[in-house]
Write a protein that binds this ligand. Structure first.
Ligand code: BES
Ligand code: MN
Ligand code: ZN
Length: 502
């Protein structure tokens, strides 16, 4: 779907469908009022009849209204203007999208940007709308579909901007939304693919495919021999329990000045996590195909920033392998040496994410990064602590943490900070190595981050635990594309006023 912005006049706008808001107590939005006038009071008559009262999320499709050029009018209930926040607004867009894509319209003009959303600028409102619709458009690509199952119907969406002075920022908003949705939908597809298709090798070639033809993005893929040469003993200790070869994927985006230090993003790419010898219970184990969603989020973000041509340098590093039980697999009690030289006692082979991440983090030092952010479905404990709404954030630099928290709020892809205190680090003590790979039952998300912190002391580093937010379970099982929104917003914020919508 192509999204664009324009100033139009509703009554004589040619379109298959005009989308206009009705507020609670049958109050017409400005564009709805114009349509009402042009149709000789038809809309207010319907409202008076009780066909709709403007409650949030209601929709009513009208056809061939007299005095109106467009073929259809979709009335959308928007609730109370005074209490309209971004969460409510998203829901309104969602039901708008559902009704629209069930209709026969192939194109539409949407006037909901005239609503005022709490704590959001007009341009941010446009961004929210565009992003929500483009995410709604996503369908899992790999599933064979019935012939009669309709393709998503809308090819073109015009977002009306009533005040011409807002057009410029609205244009940027549409571009940002389009880039983020593209990145997030790529991340979702990778996440949703089963582990027998989305292997480390597949992840690597998909990263290469994303960068094909690009002047700013280069991809380097390292195999087992290279990883051995780098002495990534922790990463290899996980990989060796699987017949699939591991990959270390490095994507370099150069949009900034030549010698400007890059931001590094590291993504956990476990394409399937069985737990290894410390094997997981079988219930819902299929969901461990999503254990590469950190990698997918990071690769999706690289697509989004390249799409926007952002003037920054960014490097993505993805260590990728499977975690399986095997005659060659690591055993509880094994001691391995990481690339940093520090030794690790592997007390639980299911705490594998930190083992592949620690070597990737050490590797990231060579880029002399401004900041390093790792993204990982790292701990079940994070789902217990924060549920499905916020990802966990831990950092050794409060300014970086604040920047990420702010980016999360702005993008609606939120994070919540947990403490990274030395007291917790003590839980990692081992009698047989520099550290153990687990810290006991208490504060599992924090001790996992403490483990990673031992590999990032020289850098400004933050860790995002996305175990709770990366996918939905149950009826709507599927990857969410988070945290592409948060990461892209963070990088946009590095590019100055020009890229700000607020
Ligand atoms: N990939 C899992 C974390 C996970 C579990 C994410 C469930 C989402 C849902 C990770 O590799 C893991 O197994 N972590 C262990 C760590 C423990 C052994 C210290 C966990 O959380 O149970
Ligand atoms: Mn695990
Ligand atoms: Zn895992």
């Amino acid at each position: 779907m192509q999204i664009s912005v324009k100033t139009t006049s509703p009554a004589n706008q040619k379109s298959a469908c005009l989308v206009v808001g009705v507020l609670e107590h049958r109050k017409l939005s400005p564009s709805a009022r114009q349509l009402d006038d042009a149709s000789g009071g038809y809309l207010s008559k319907l409202l008076k009849q009780g066909d709709m009262d403007g409650k949030s999320g209601q929709t009513l499709m009208l056809h061939d209204v007299d005095g109106i050029t467009a073929r259809r009018i979709l009335l959308v209930g928007c609730g109370r203007q005074a209490s309209l926040d971004s969460r409510q607004f998203k829901k309104i867009i969602e039901s708008t999208w559902n009704t629209l894509s069930d209709s026969a319209a192939r194109e539409a003009v949407c006037y909901l940007g005239e609503l005022t959303v709490k704590n959001r600028s007009h341009a941010e409102c446009i961004r929210l709308m565009a992003e929500q619709m483009l995410l709604g458009e996503y369908r899992y690509q790999h599933k064979p579909r019935d012939k009669d199952e309709k393709k998503p119907a809308i090819n073109k969406m015009l977002l009306d901007v009533s005040d011409r002075r807002h057009l410029h920022k609205a244009e940027l908003a549409a571009q940002i939304a389009t880039a983020i949705a593209k990145g997030a939908n790529i991340a979702r597809e990778l996440g949703n693919l089963p582990a027998n298709i989305c292997t480390p090798t597949y992840l690597a070639s998909s990263a290469q495919k994303n960068a094909r033809g690009s002047k700013t993005t280069r991809v380097k893929v390292l195999g087992p021999k290279d990883i051995e040469k780098l002495k990534m003993g922790a990463f290899l200790s996980v990989a060796k329990g699987s017949r699939e070869e591991p990959r270390l994927i490095v994507v370099e985006y150069k949009g900034g000045k030549k010698d400007e230090r890059p931001h590094v993003l590291v993504g956990k790419g476990i394409t399937f996590d069985s737990g290894g010898i410390s094997i997981k219970p079988s219930a819902a184990m299929d969901e461990m195909k999503f254990d590469m969603c950190g990698a997918a989020g990071v690769l999706g973000t690289m697509v989004a920033i390249a799409e926007l041509n952002l003037p920054v340098n960014v490097v993505a590093i993805v260590p990728s392998c499977e975690n399986l039980p095997d005659g060659q697999a690591s055993k509880p009690g094994d001691v391995v040496t990481s690339m940093s030289g520090q030794t690790i006692e592997v007390l639980n082979t299911d705490a594998e994410g930190r083992l592949i991440l620690c070597d990737a983090l050490t590797y990231s030092e060579r880029f002399k990064p401004k900041t390093v952010i790792d993204v990982a479905t790292l701990t079940g404990a994070c789902v217990v602590a924060l549920g499905k709404h916020a990802c966990g954030l831990l950092s050794n630099d409060q300014k970086l943490a604040d920047n990420l928290l702010r980016a999360g709020k702005r993008s609606g892809d939120r994070a919540w900070q947990l403490p990274l205190w030395e007291e917790y680090d003590e839980q990692l003590k081992s009698n047989f190595a520099d550290m153990a790979n687990i810290g006991g039952r208490d504060a599992g998300t924090i001790t996992a981050a403490c483990f990673l912190a031992r590999y990032t002391e020289k850098m400004k580093w933050a860790h995002l635990d996305i175990a709770g937010v990366a996918w939905h379970s149950g009826h709507h099982k599927g990857a969410t594309g988070r945290p592409v929104g948060l990461l892209t917003q963070y990088l946009l914020d590095q590019c100055g006023r020009k890229y700000q919508l607020s």
